[in-house]
Design a protein around this ligand. Structure first.
Ligand SMILES: Nc1ncnc2c1ncn2[C@@H]1O[C@H](COP(=O)(O)OP(=O)(O)OP(=O)(O)O)[C@@H](O)[C@H]1O
Length: 267
């Protein structure tokens, strides 16, 4: 569905990612992992056509360099990171912006019944329907992140690209997002590619993992194979599995340990 062949890209004439080749199939969840500054966001920006690249990126066999930006946007949607809000729209209006491509020249003020129904469907999917008339400037980081997810879904893309989509979400909403993305990716014609720092979430979501190190592929393959590989610890320069097991032991000791002194609720 999405193929990269020997892709390199960067800024001001310097490559940040180089020689990236991958093949993402319909129904697949691919997680991109790697330490800070290794080029994960740059790879997402490259796939979405935001920065120029060398090499080939194809979607359904068509080179994205031969497609108009609107044609790429019909196939690929990027769930943006939270940025400064300059204009305050309502949640509903923000999600409706995701319908722009489907509006065929109609203005933002006159969405069709289908546009409105689809925006509502996306709002229900992220659990924000009941507050759809709130201004986005009044939302918490986690709520805003869910609005952006709804806007991305409203675009009705085949491929969703996510850059650290869970960084403002509480534990429950992280788990819900991962479940949601897994289900969404298994619908016909869908694929999810996401950057995650949380390896546990990546393990829950990913069919395959791409591990980046200094802009190059350090490992690429089935999630279990990449996560269990020694390369993971080499790239992160720490004993990743040991760290995870230690954390788990602490949780186990809490679960199995003696009753804790009762904490008083502060009123
Ligand atoms: N707009 C830009 N102009 C110049 N250099 C940039 C730009 N954006 C990123 N870089 C550089 O490219 C490199 C990779 O950055 P990128 O944001 O892709 O990394 P990342 O793996 O997503 O990092 P993190 O995990 O910290 O979010 C870094 O050295 C960064 O300084």
């Amino acid at each position: 569905m999405l193929t990269l062949k020997n892709v390199s890209a960067g800024y001001n004439g310097f490559d940040v990612i180089s020689d990236i080749s991958l093949d993402v199939m319909e129904g697949e969840n691919l997680c991109i992992l790697g330490p800070n500054g290794c080029g994960k966001t740059t790879l997402i920006k490259t796939i979405s056509g935001l920065i120029p690249h060398m090499g080939t990126i194809e979607i359904d066999g068509i080179n994205i360099s031969d497609m108009k930006r609107t044609e790429v946007a019909e196939k690929i949607a990027v769930m943006s990171q939270i940025s400064t809000i300059y204009f305050s729209y309502t949640i509903y209006e923000t999600v409706l912006l995701g319908r722009y491509l489907h509006m065929n020249g109609r203005t933002f003020k006159e969405p069709s019944l289908r546009d409105r129904e689809y925006a509502d469907k996306c709002l229900k999917a992220v659990g924000l329907y009941s507050m759809k008339n709130k201004q986005i400037s009044t939302l918490s980081g986690g709520q805003l992140q869910r609005v952006y997810l709804a806007r991305t879904l409203a675009q009705e893309p085949n491929v969703i690209l996510l850059d650290e989509p869970t960084n403002h979400l509480d534990l429950k909403h992280q788990a819900e997002l991962v479940d949601f993305l897994r289900d969404w990716s298994k619908e016909e014609g869908h694929t999810v590619i996401g950057v995650f720092h949380d390896l546990n979430l990546a393990m829950k979501l990913a069919d395959n993992v791409l591990l980046l190190d200094k802009g190059k592929i350090a490992a690429y393959g089935k999630t279990k194979d990449v996560i269990s590989s020694k390369l993971l610890s080499d790239v992160y320069e720490m004993d990743v599995a040991g760290y995870m097991v230690d954390s788990l032991k602490q949780w186990e000791s809490i679960q199995n340990g003696p009753a804790q002194t009762k904490l008083r609720k502060i009123k």
